[in-house]
Design a binder for this molecule. Structure first.
Ligand code: C2E
Ligand code: MG
Ligand code: MG
Length: 707
């Protein structure tokens, strides 16, 4: 079953009954094109019909009884504005025909020349044309609404660059209305700071010539009619005709001031410290690199000052972070006040700041700046309700001597800062290459230490303690040695502090204690009466497991606790006094002896000597060394001896090297002595020989030493 096209209704307005019949027949002759014809004889009837019925098209005779010519067209059009209209004229009047088309008719037909096919074709075309017109109107309407509701500005030009269109946003942004702008050159309406290149061509004609869409240069600025500048971002594209020839251009642009401000904000926060607003590490690195390039060109120097506050952590912990933050802000402010305009103050994080001094004539200028900063930071900071005092330590590195890159300059300034702290805070220190060597060495020691225990690289040496009166050996001090596979013998001063830092001191101390106890047990078992002294490090003493470990080692070795003596320095004893007193009491109860090592170099607060259960004082060798030359030191040694006697403590003089020293000590009734005068620290077998020799001599070790 073939599908029938829907029938269309034609309103035939024709007063001549013969003509009317003729047309009706013609239309009926075409069975494929179903046309239903409604016939009326006057415009009046037509108007009534149109008002009440649907009609697809109108076939209009121009010579009606109630209206003629163009007026007929006008009235029909007014009655049915959207319905296609074909007019019928009696004569071949070209002028009337063209006027008819202008008045809104789709086509005209000359009576007498029409045949059936031609009539139908004309009607069909009329309908199609009308539909297209409607579609075009809708399309244009849609484009118009779209262009006015988008956020972007749209400007169109013709091929010569004259404005043909502006949407509402473009009107606002340029300050021109479409009416005023139309026909003016684009460069007059769309004025930008970058539109013309050297050839004088505008970007739009350029785009048209090049046949492609182009973007304006970044950071293009539109100058509004009133002179206001607006940063924009845009795109220009050519418009082509059917043949592909450019006939104009479309410029689409938008205001990017908000986006630009946001981008600036983002860049700023990526490069600045949130707390102080100072440049951060990233921006500082850039600035240093830049300063290096400039300094190289001008044969100048660049200084990097690395600052670390002294004791900031204490303030932060005790007064709280909000106060700590305010203090950091106050310091940032002071630093900025200290420097010149082209210097950079940056915060590295925490309580670390870096100051960059570019274009330095001489390194001394960095020292002057460091002094100024030290003074400025040290002045009181009023942070409600506190008045805070804080000092800083500064390390300085200078390009090109101390590093050729931002990284190495910062690293070396940091190293120098540590040295400044060690030198006693609130000071500055220039970097020296030796500092690095030390750091490198320290690292290699640490790595070696980790393997030393399992590889059995430690040894114990023993140094005798001699009873001055009898010359007999009354004790031994166990002193650790590290026989490094490639470096040979390493003394404890070189590795004990590092072992303390990295925690290896605990297993090492345990090893020392076990070996010393076993050795002491072996010697006392052979009938020698002596005490074995073992040095206890601060970290070891403060370890929770210290006592437990000690007692279990003693137990294992079956050594009489009274034959063991622990050497503790004053500084170890004086930290956490309550804790120390508790441990010392336990030691006393178990029979283990306690000696204060290096006495005189530490706190010299003598009151604790009475509080703590202590057995022995070991006078530091620095005093012994000066006995003969310095009256003061001699006085100190004498005072220590007499005080010890009154407190009923045993006194040992360390580092006795000469007979003169020994005689002085003897004259002042010092109990014991230890030092190279009698013997260096020696391996266990050598120590055994000393034990035997000293017993066979009437004056014991005193004689042995003279021999
Ligand atoms: P210290 O406990 O004061 O040990 C005495 C140091 O003085 C030893 O150095 C010894 O060799 C040295 N000495 C002895 N007599 C003389 C002398 O007449 N003249 C001079 N100039 N020096 C003399 P050493 O063996 O290098 O030990 C240094 C320090 O290392 C010790 O000082 C002690 O604090 C620490 N130490 C040694 N062994 C150990 C250990 O096993 N554990 C712990 N924690 N520290 C240890
Ligand atoms: Mg010692
Ligand atoms: Mg000592």
């Amino acid at each position: 079953m073939g599908r029938k096209k829907p029938s269309r209704t034609v309103l035939l307005i024709e007063d001549n009954p013969g003509d009317a019949r003729l047309f009706q027949e013609m239309l009926r002759e075409q069975p494929d094109d179903l046309m239903r014809v409604v016939h009326v004889s006057s415009m009046g009837e037509a108007q009534i019909h149109l008002a009440a019925n649907c009609t697809d098209m109108i076939l209009l005779d121009l010579g009606l009884p109630d209206v003629q010519g163009l007026e007929a067209i006008r009235r029909a059009h007014a009655a049915a504005p959207r319905i296609p209209l074909v007019v019928l004229t009696g004569s071949d009047d070209e002028t009337l025909a063209s006027k008819a088309l202008q008045s809104g008719a789709q086509d005209y037909l000359i009576k007498g020349e029409i045949e059936s096919r031609g009539l139908l074709r004309s009607l069909r075309y009329a309908i199609e044309r009308k539909n297209m017109e409607e579609a075009l109107f809708a399309e244009r309407e849609r484009a118009q609404v779209t262009l006015n509701s988008i956020g972007d500005a749209v400007v169109c030009t013709d091929i010569s660059g004259d404005i043909t269109y502006l949407n509402l946003v473009a009107e606002t942004m340029t300050g021109w209305s479409l009416e005023e702008a139309a026909g003016r050159p684009m460069t007059e309406v769309f004025r930008t700071l970058n539109t013309a290149d050297e050839s004088g061509e505008t970007t739009s004609t350029l785009a048209i010539l090049q046949f492609r869409a182009v973007h304006l240069p970044p950071r293009c600025t539109l100058i509004r009619r009133d002179g206001l500048e607006i940063p924009i971002e845009d795109c220009i594209a050519p418009i082509h005709n059917r043949e592909g020839h450019a006939i104009g251009a479309v410029i689409v642009f938008r205001d990017v001031s908000v986006a630009q401000a946001m981008a600036q904000q983002i860049t700023h926060s990526a490069e600045h410290d949130f707390l102080t607003g100072l440049p951060n590490r990233m921006l500082l690195n850039d600035r240093i690199s830049h300063a290096i390039t400039t300094a190289e060109r001008n044969s100048k120097q660049v200084a990097v000052l690395f600052l670390d506050l002294d004791g900031f952590k204490y303030i932060n912990d005790s007064l709280g972070h909000p106060i700590g933050d305010k203090l950091l802000q106050s310091i940032a402010h002071r630093l900025v006040e200290c420097v010149r305009g082209d210097d950079t103050v940056s915060r590295q994080g925490g309580d670390e700041f870096v100051v960059l001094l570019p274009e330095l004539a001489q390194a001394e200028d960095a020292a002057i700046m460091a002094c100024r900063i030290l003074r400025s930071v040290a002045a009181a900071h009023c942070i409600d309700p506190h008045e805070l005092h804080v000092t800083t330590s500064i390390g300085i590195s200078v390009f090109p001597d101390d590093g050729l890159s931002a990284e190495s300059l910062i690293r070396n300034a940091d190293t120098a800062m540590y040295q400044a702290k060690e030198n006693g805070r609130q000071g500055y220190q220039f970097f020296k290459p030796a500092m690095n060597t030390r750091a490198v060495e320290r690292q290699s020691v640490e790595e070696g230490l980790r393997r030393a225990l399992e590889r059995n690289e430690f040894l114990l040496y023993y140094q005798p303690k001699i009873d001055i009166k009898s010359g007999l050996i009354t004790g031994a001090e166990a002193l650790i040695r590290w026989v490094h596979p490639s470096r040979g013998m390493i003394h404890p001063a070189k590795f004990i502090p590092i072992a303390e830092d990295c925690g290896l001191i605990l297993p090492i101390s345990n090893w020392v204690l076990r070996n010393a106890c076993q050795q002491a047990q072996a010697w006392t078992g052979d009938g020698h009466r002596l005490t074995m002294a073992v040095n206890v490090s601060a970290v070891q003493f403060r370890d929770d497991e210290f006592l437990k470990g000690l007692l279990s080692v003693l137990d294992e070795s079956r050594l009489d606790p009274r034959a063991l003596e622990l050497e503790l320095t004053e500084s170890v004893l004086m930290k956490r006094v309550e804790y120390t007193a508790g441990i010392l009491k336990t030691l006393r109860r178990s029979g283990i002896q306690v000696a204060v090592d290096d006495f005189g170099t530490g706190y010299s607060s003598l009151s604790y000597l009475r509080k703590f259960p202590i057995d022995t004082l070991k006078i530091d060798q620095s005093f012994v060394r000066q006995i003969a030359s310095s009256a003061d030191d001699a006085a100190i040694v004498t005072a220590i001896i007499s005080m010890a006697q009154r407190l009923k403590l045993n006194v040992v003089a360390e580092g006795v090297e000469t007979l003169q020293e020994l005689e002085f000590l003897e004259a002042h009734e010092c109990d014991q002595a230890q030092g190279y005068y009698f013997s260096h620290p020696v391996p266990a077998q050598d120590f055994e020989k000393l034990l035997v020799t000293s017993m066979s001599e009437p004056d014991g070790m005193r004689a042995a030493a003279w021999a």
